[in-house]
Ligand binder design. Sequence first.
Ligand SMILES: C[S@@+](CC[C@H](N)C(=O)[O-])C[C@H]1O[C@@H](n2cnc3c(N)ncnc32)[C@H](O)[C@@H]1O
Length: 260
Amino acid sequence: MLAVLVGQWWNGHYRGCMTATDYDSCATRYGKGRRPSERLIRKLLARVRVGSQSCVLDIGCGTGDYSVLVFRWTGAKVLGIDPSRGMLAKARVKGWDQVRFLQGRAEELPFRDQRFDLLFSIDVVHHVGDRLRMFTEAFRVLKVAAVVCTVTESREQLCRRFMARYFPSIVALNLARFSEVSKLVNWMRSSGFRDVETEAFVSCEAVTAHYVNAVRLKEYSVLELVPDEEFRSGLRRLKEDLGQRRLIREDWHTLIWGSR
Ligand SMILES: C[S@@+](CC[C@H](N)C(=O)[O-])C[C@H]1O[C@@H](n2cnc3c(N)ncnc32)[C@H](O)[C@@H]1O
């Protein structure tokens, strides 16, 4: 409750001061510690039949980890789209010339109507300026009966993030950046999607030095917004805790499914 109130206060007073994450400058450090969740892609592919004839779009592909996984596991024609040249440059050097990475935004997809069999976005929608437009574009480029999956976090899940134990201000910062899941669901329905439903997804992992490195490098965009002193002390506490005991990181996401 407190977190929600703080979020509303932040929304009202400080939202205008916040700047969008500059992924071009993040790109050099992105992926040094952060790891894609293979389980998440398994979940996606368990629900949607994707084969070598399928055409898949990864919206906000970033450095391309998820696009590459989908290609590797299905042989599908996979395209990744992202506005950040820096992130795309990293995606392209992964050497997967079978996956095409293009510059573009979710709100204005440079594709003809009804081209894709599956469209997904992971940890992206909170960065998109016009979220309703993102869904109307997704609807336009999907084939009839094809599926879209938007992976995001609900307000409750944002409050429970493991990282918030060390950097408490990320709760209010994230509440201001993320749309409520119910709002995203409504936007999807009003864009024409049917069978819109949500599903919780939890990943439970031991905290490793890799994760601490991702935090240190601020690979999670919200950490850029945490005050310096809080960041320093949170990182110090995280390292100390990890030195003393095994830490388990339980992070929750919401998958929002819809079909055309
Ligand atoms: C947290 S990263 C996630 C990258 C990737 N999906 C992953 O999970 O590794 C967010 C990505 O969203 C991209 N992004 C920001 N605004 C966007 C927009 N309007 N349309 C599409 N992607 C956008 C950023 O450039 C960045 O690469």
